[in-house]
Design a protein around this ligand. Structure first.
Ligand code: PHE
Ligand code: FE
Length: 274
């Protein structure tokens, strides 16, 4: 679906730093910001980075990641090289009707929400440099794929992500994207779940970070509180340090149910509160 029109680079999250991806790619980026996964561009060093990140993270998962994530991880396929999105899609679409689409990096809110509402998940196709092995400011393919995609194989979580996309479009119309972004941050990115056998992570920002995975579950420092949508939307977050607060759910069904009500009155209330 490439077009002649070049999608404009975006500045996101109130940052003045320009995004790192190449948003022109010689006309390969469509108006909805999707593009072909540039598989030929990966070097052996890139595949190697992916394999090393995958290996390190996999070893950490038992006892720290939720069961649904661990069960679905093998569905990503290749572990020794960067997977092809088309290959994952053959399984993912059968499982939950979702499909991965490649993007050159972070994209603006409306196209992002629109893709999610249509059960299409945007995955950045480039990978970090070896010197960014432990920390990268912007999401790359390892964060997007390893962190987010396994749970799209879970039927309840998959439905929640679609509902989030539709809710995002609505929030955009109501000027409430910032509030909704906090919910995203504390659930889809940094959410914890109380499982029968202990506390586990399901948020992609935790699951794709070796340091935060241990910190989120084991450290005595952060506070961990039961998910409350209003409180969550009133809690500011930090993008460049481990979280000081984590919100905990019991199950994806609970997450789905807590976020199912119409947020319109909630946004109105939030605007009145300090
Ligand atoms: N129920 C929310 C609304 O009406 C939409 C939503 C669903 C938001 C799921 C987040 C997650 O606005
Ligand atoms: Fe993410």
């Amino acid at each position: 679906m490439a077009t002649d029109s070049v999608a404009l680079p975006v500045v996101y999250g109130g940052s003045t730093r320009p995004p790192r991806g190449d948003y022109s790619r010689g006309g390969q980026v469509a108006l909805d910001y999707t593009c072909p996964q540039n598989y030929a561009a990966y070097t052996e060093a890139d595949h190697n980075t992916y394999r090393r990140l995958y290996e390190r993270q996999c070893k950490l998962l038992p006892g720290l990641a939720c069961d649904e994530f661990i069960a679905a991880l093998p569905s990503l396929g290749a572990i020794d090289r960067i997977p092809r999105f088309d290959d994952i899609n053959e399984r993912l679409t059968k499982a939950t009707g979702w499909r991965l689409v490649a993007v050159p990096g972070l994209i603006p809110e409306v196209p992002f929400f629109t893709l999610l509402a249509n059960r299409q998940f945007p995955v950045t196709d480039w990978i970090r440099k070896p010197e960014e092995f432990d920390y990268i400011v912007e999401p790359d393919i390892f964060h997007d794929l390893f962190g987010h995609v396994p749970l799209l194989f879970d039927p309840v979580f998959a439905d929640h992500m679609q509902a989030y996309g539709a809710g995002g479009l609505k929030a955009h119309g109501l000027g409430a994207c910032e509030q909704l972004a906090r919910l995203y941050w504390y659930t889809i990115e940094f959410g914890l779940m109380q499982q029968a056998d202990g506390l586990r992570a399901y948020g992609a920002g935790i699951l794709s970070s070796s340091g935060e995975l241990v910190h989120a579950i084991k450290s005595a420092e952060p506070q961990r509180i039961a998910l409350d949508v209003l409180r969550c939307m009133r809690t500011r977050y930090n993008i460049d340090a481990y979280q000081q607060t984590y919100f905990v759910i019991d199950s994806f069904q609970q997450l789905f149910d807590l976020t199912a009500p119409d947020f319109t009155p909630l946004y109105a209330r939030l605007n009145m509160l300090p």
